[in-house]
Design a protein around this ligand. Sequence first.
Ligand code: GLC
Length: 559
Amino acid sequence: MTRQPETDLWWKKTTVYQIYPRSFMDSSGNGIGDLEGIISKLDYVKDLGVETIWFSPFYTSPQEDFGYDIANYKDIAPEYGTMAICDRLIQEIHDRGMKIVMDLVLNHTSDKHPWFVESKSSRDNPKRDWYVWQDGKKPKGKAPPNNWQARITGSGWYYDENTDQWYWAQFLPFQPDLNYRNPEVKTKMFETVRFWLEKGVDGFRLDIIDSLYEDATFRNNPLSRHLLPSEDGVLFKSTKMTMHHPDTMIFVQELRKLIDEYSNPSRFLVGEVEGPMPTIKKYCGEVNNPGLNSIFLFETLGVKLQPKTIRKLLNKFNQYYPDPFIPTWVSSNHDIMRRISRFNNDLEIGKLNAALQLTARAVPYIYYGEEIGLQQNSIPLSDSLDAVVSRFKKLPKVLQKLLQKITSEAIHRDNCRTPMQWTPSQNAGFCSPSIKPWLPVSSGYQDRNVETMYSNPDSILHCYKRFLQIRKQYSVLTSGRMTLIASELLPKQVLGFSRWIKTSDVKEEVNIFLNFEDTLVEFSNPTASKNIIASTTIVRAENNEQKIILRPYEAIMME
Ligand code: GLC
């Protein structure tokens, strides 16, 4: 069988839409989103114009970390549905010509997973070694085995009285790390991957894959000289022994081999990997021994919308991810403050952000609700359900408030996980008005909802739809190269870049111009493009061939 040339692979050209299942649509009337609810909204997702859906986990779970604590990798949490409904979901997505990406949490399980329950039961249990257990520090063994810190600060070692040993958990205490140095664990997980591939799943998002392996001899992490994230750590704490272990790189290469066995259609892996660019790029492996197909890049989540910073970032992405690689452009996700709220919830800036994301050379990741400008909520810390902040809840109320102020609402993750807003009615059409949704609906839902935005052709929703549509029509946006237009040729508030493809005799080219300020700007056209193909607004001033006029925060694509 002949393999497709690399550049033709669908996952390089796709647009990903992330659904947080608990918050998308409740069909059962309990205030919690579910799979039937999602199925009922697939036509909306299709009509929006995205091509791939990535689901945050909906496997069996005690939901202490809302699905990122898995208790059975091959079954569905009853509050979300059944395996039969999941099969139908996969089918319905494929029937609409879309792809499905599952979230795969390989690093850890829930502490309620039967494997861990067994492992914890005694030192000589056959599954003892499936997790990372160590003796405490001598003489009494009552201190953690070494200085390793969890991602959520503080020691990541937890003492088990019954067996007088400590288990390692990179994230939260109820998420014990699996021990991949035990071949049985690897075999079991590869088998799980096959289980989902056989069901037709098109790819996996690999949760904190950068933390899969730790140092085999449990050496202390050295101190770091760096306060900011760097090659050797953050906040003066190195992660040398606990992140980016060379064995993790080998693991992803093996996993890649496995998924490459499924080539019709091809599947892909996107890794949640954090760190400096040279480190994370290593996960992609080498040409003859590839690793992850792509990396979930975090820089775009917080980057300032300024021509200079975006210019730098686009250059960096181009430098690190030249063809056949492709960067990702992520705007928001379920862990971080919603992007629109970094712009004071200004919908015009939201549109500009969308135009940039959908025309840059990258695979765009859109988080549910971004297309309607869904805002970060402001649930007080004391009411939050997120386990990450449980330790802060012990602080006096004044300190909690102060903390919340300093961290500008992003202290817990509930605020970016609120229900999708479908209608202007109470509970925004997510669940019946008579029940309480699992998290309170964000403010502004009366205007920021699918129904209202559909009826306004100049809404942010239609802006997303327009740009998603041109991505389908102009292959240059999904396969072309990118060249920045020299800043000397543009006003300070404008960024411009070309996307182009050159074959032996034809050059296909489009040019994108983005106005990053709230004032109208006029400049002479530095390119040969004449016609405007798309704009963030439908109320726009006319350009002529020589002169370009951009309204405040307007972005256009010209041909
Ligand atoms: C990832 C997920 C996050 C989860 C954590 C532990 O960072 O995105 O939501 O809590 O891993 O699985």
